[in-house]
Design a protein around this ligand. Structure first.
Ligand code: NAP
Length: 291
């Protein structure tokens, strides 16, 4: 891509604009759907309870699905639903050939176990890439869906021409949602980064990060990463979200890191929008796999 038209931070780092790249990807998916003859492709969302942030996430996913030329179906269940009621609702979507992707909005209300719910979703319809079987496929490099946040970071690396082969990457956080799949994606053959996984027990995080060409900060600890962690020219991806009195804050101290980094994501407006775009892409891919 031509990065001459790319925005830069005051310190000169490339601003990896998740909103812009999300929009490009959504337009591209819509074109692919149209080129396929506009088949009906359906993303089903399941929300249990009335958690406000979850409602906002689900609505924005539905909006983006429509922009991508996909249909969405929403199943809203009462917060007092039993484990069986939730599982029955998901099973119906699993059995429905008109549904291509299923997203169960987590966390579920207290008292409900997400594992047996997720276990019902077959890998092809698991567009969140969160089930055991999807993770197994990712590890074994078999067709399936990788979780959307780490996939979004891979898309940003491609979009901004950031070299990965032979690079040193540090991923901070080892969740199955973000950190672990990110390690697998960065270390894949063809991507070829040498990846270090850091977590809360990592000794001397500054030293571990300071040699990295790529840093993915997914700890959920506000302001964890400062200029002292970042090698000049490194690409820094901020995944962590902390809600503070000053609004949403990432794991990266943007103001100081942008003066050192070669490329950086804003928070908000970086990895979050890419997560949604990759959900749409996984849904499109699911429909192709099911066709
Ligand atoms: P999680 O399951 O709580 O995992 C956090 C990980 O960070 C753990 O492995 C933890 O280490 C590690 N960690 C915590 N504090 C640390 C520190 N001070 N130094 C080094 N490592 C530390 O969280 P998650 O589900 O992966 O989410 C991580 C963050 O990303 C959250 O803020 C979440 O809201 C956000 N998120 C953002 C997006 C997006 O689209 N931008 C998507 C998903 C999640 P231990 O394993 O040792 O405890």
């Amino acid at each position: 891509m031509n990065i001459n038209d790319t925005d830069r931070t005051p310190g000169g780092a490339i601003l990896m604009d998740g909103n812009k790249v999300r929009d490009e990807l959504i337009v591209d998916i819509a074109k692919r759907v149209a080129a396929d003859g506009s088949p009906k492709i359906c993303l089903a969302t399941v929300l249990v309870g009335d958690d406000k942030p979850s409602q906002v996430y689900v609505r924005s996913k539905q909006r983006k699905a429509a922009e991508a030329g996909l249909e969405s179906r929403h199943i809203g269940l009462d917060g007092a639903s039993s484990q069986t009621q939730v599982q029955d609702a998901v099973q119906e979507l699993v059995d429905d050939p008109a549904v291509h992707g299923i997203l169960v909005q987590l966390p579920l209300p207290d008292g409900l176990d997400p594992e047996p719910v997720l276990d019902l979703i077959p890998p092809i319809k698991d567009v969140d890439g969160l089930t055991e079987r999807s993770m197994g496929r990712l590890v074994r490099n078999k067709p399936g869906h990788a979780p959307c946040t780490p996939t979004g970071i891979m898309r940003l690396l491609e979009r901004y021409d950031i070299a990965t082969s032979g690079s040193r990457a540090v991923v901070i956080g080892r969740s199955t949602l973000v950190g672990l799949p990110q390690v697998l994606l960065l270390g894949r053959k063809g991507v070829d980064a040498t990846v270090t996984l850091a977590h809360s027990r990592t000794a001397d995080l500054v030293e571990v990060c300071a040699g990295a060409d790529i840093i993915v900060a997914a700890a959920g600890t506000a302001g964890l990463i400062g200029a002292e962690h970042v090698k000049p020219g490194a690409a820094v991806f901020d995944v962590g979200i902390s809600r503070t009195e000053d609004g949403i804050v990432g794991d990266v101290r943007f103001d100081e890191v942008q003066a050192v980094a070669g490329a950086i994501t804003p928070m908000p407006g970086g990895t979050g929008p890419m997560t949604i775009a990759c959900l749409m892409e996984n849904t499109y891919n699911a429909a192709r796999m099911l066709a």
